[in-house]
Design a protein around this ligand. Structure first.
Ligand code: LM2
Ligand code: CA
Length: 493
């Protein structure tokens, strides 16, 4: 679908070109033929952001800057509690939550679609709330186990003896992982035709509003055959993103869930981030699929998400420039489909997003943000989708397309690699400046740094931020401590 913003952008480009020529700024290297941009593929998880705010983000930031899709928080009616994780305790399949109403959800999908951005809804279908106090909840609603009596695999409820979240990782058998109650949540019997039908009509309802697909929450806790049967009834082309945490010694593997869609590849961040603290980089398996990972076409890769930023993630918004580096390396890579994460600052792991007096989550805008802050107040949005570096790396990705990732160069605490003939990325994770030279078949000449703002026009003629050169087949980057740089061939708007 053509994007309404294209015309506006071309007009801006034309103005910028005239201005640049008038100023006599250096011209782009003539040898580089322009390449057609790769189709946008990068997603953004907008954690606990209300539907009306997401709609605005699509129009102002996500569409114009080339994000392809948004992962929302769960839209289902949920228990009334302040913690963010109330969203993961649904009480019904009505689209009414503290993130917005059904009408607001529908409006968001339509407006994002018009901006060229797909909506992926987080579908909590493994369980309903385990909370049994019918006095709490949205007015006029009942708890699911009252609303849908008989949906549960009652026999499987309490025999596991697991009571805390940490216990999940201690499951040892398939039965425990898939049929036992997850942290006291009422596990649905997803093998039952009636349950499948009920879940299917919920997903159909979301599709009728125009969503492009679903994150399948807690997919690991449902047999792959059950998920396959449920999503197999959905229209062809529905995107399915299963959350299957890869665990050491776990009986359930992400590979079981790739037959019907993509999976979140948790191993990716576990490999990507340790070198950021020890400066010891080594190339992943290049030129194909990676060991210990699902095939690239099935892989969703991320630096962190709402769970890992509260747990295993080595790098989060708190790490400022190092977080930028992690995102830059991910977005420069040729493996998987990246999903960038954008949440809010917290010091209490349970703290929900800021709310209004009526309990609904407050609207927020990211129009002003351009990079990480030194410090955040609790509740402040991180706005990663608006960071210059992230937006610059989306342009880098559009420019490099499917060019292969070349062998990396390691220089002290710096590291970088070329996407053959189209772009080069370099990072310095140490506390000393480093100059790193990376062989490239890009034409000699000067290039604008995508991390610090790119070019004022689509033709890379005048740089907003830093400029780096390619000399005699080497891209040369003089990098300050904890910084990143990325250059690429010009890309058509
Ligand atoms: C997920 N993926 O598989 C979500 O990404 C994750 O955020 C969810 O956990 C989990 N699965 C269930 O959907 C979150 C949160 C938990 C929270 C649950 C349920 O990380 O801490 O558990 O949502 O709201 C909470 C309490 C826990 C309690 C449980 C049941 O933290 O102590 O268990 O509710 O009342 C006694
Ligand atoms: Ca289950």
């Amino acid at each position: 679908m053509p994007r309404p913003t294209l015309l506006v952008r071309s007009a801006l480009v034309a103005v910028a070109m005239v201005a640049t020529l008038a100023l006599g700024a250096c011209a782009a290297p003539a040898q580089n033929a322009e390449v057609d941009p790769a189709a946008p593929d990068v997603g953004i998880q907008l954690f606990q952001l209300p539907w009306t705010s997401i709609a605005n983000e699509c129009e102002t930031t996500l569409g114009p800057n080339g994000f392809a899709w948004v992962l929302t928080s769960p839209p289902q009616e949920h228990i009334t509690r302040d913690e963010w994780w109330a969203s993961y305790q649904p009480v019904s399949y009505q689209l009414q939550s503290r993130l917005g109403t059904r009408d607001e959800f529908a409006d968001m999908v339509a407006r994002c679609d018009a901006a060229g951005v797909d909506i992926i809804a987080d579908a909590v279908i493994n369980h309903m709330t385990g909370q049994d106090d019918p006095g709490i909840g949205f007015a006029g609603s009942e708890y699911a186990h009252y609303e849908y009596p008989g949906l549960y695999d009652v026999d499987d409820f309490h025999h596991c003896g697991l009571t805390t979240y940490d216990d999940i990782e201690d499951y040892t058998s398939r039965e425990q992982v898939q049929q036992c109650e997850l942290v006291n949540l009422a596990d649905l019997d997803t093998a039952s035709p009636r349950v499948r039908e009920q879940i299917g009509s919920y997903l159909d309802d979301l599709l009728s509003l125009g969503v492009a697909g679903f994150r399948i929450d807690a997919a690991k806790h449902m047999a792959a055959d059950d998920v396959a049967a449920i999503v197999g009834e959905l229209p062809e082309g529905t995107r399915i993103m299963s959350e299957v945490i890869r665990g050491g010694g776990e009986p359930i593997t992400p590979e079981e869930y790739t037959a019907f869609g993509e999976v979140f590849e948790f191993t990716y961040a576990r490999d990507l981030t340790p070198p950021l603290s020890n400066g010891v980089f080594s190339d992943p398996e290049l030129g194909g699929d990676r060991p210990q990972h699902v095939p690239s076409e099935n892989a969703l890769v991320f630096v962190d998400n709402h769970d890992t930023e509260r747990g295993e993630a080595n790098v989060t918004y708190r790490d400022g420039d190092m977080y930028v580096i992690a995102n830059a390396l991910m977005l420069a890579d040729d493996y998987g489909t990246p999903i960038v994460y954008s949440g809010y600052a917290f010091s209490d792991r349970d703290a929900g997003a800021s709310t209004e007096a009526d309990g609904s989550v407050s609207d927020a805008t990211c129009a002003e943000a351009s990079g990480p802050r030194e410090a955040y107040d609790d509740g402040e949005r991180t706005c990663v989708q608006s960071w210059d570096a992230v937006i610059g790396m989306l342009r880098f990705r559009a420019a490099v397309g499917d060019a292969p990732r070349m062998p990396g160069v390691d220089e002290g605490d710096a590291y970088g690699f070329e996407r053959e003939g189209r772009g080069v990325v370099a990072v310095n994770v140490g506390d000393e400046p480093v100059t790193i030279r990376i062989p490239t078949s890009m034409a000699d000449g000067d290039y604008c740094d995508a991390i610090t703002g790119g070019a004022t026009s689509g033709d890379a003629q005048s740089c907003v931020g830093a400029q780096y050169s390619v000399e005699s087949g080497e891209a040369v980057f003089a990098l300050e401590p904890v910084s990143a740089a990325a250059i690429h061939v010009p890309v058509r708007q």
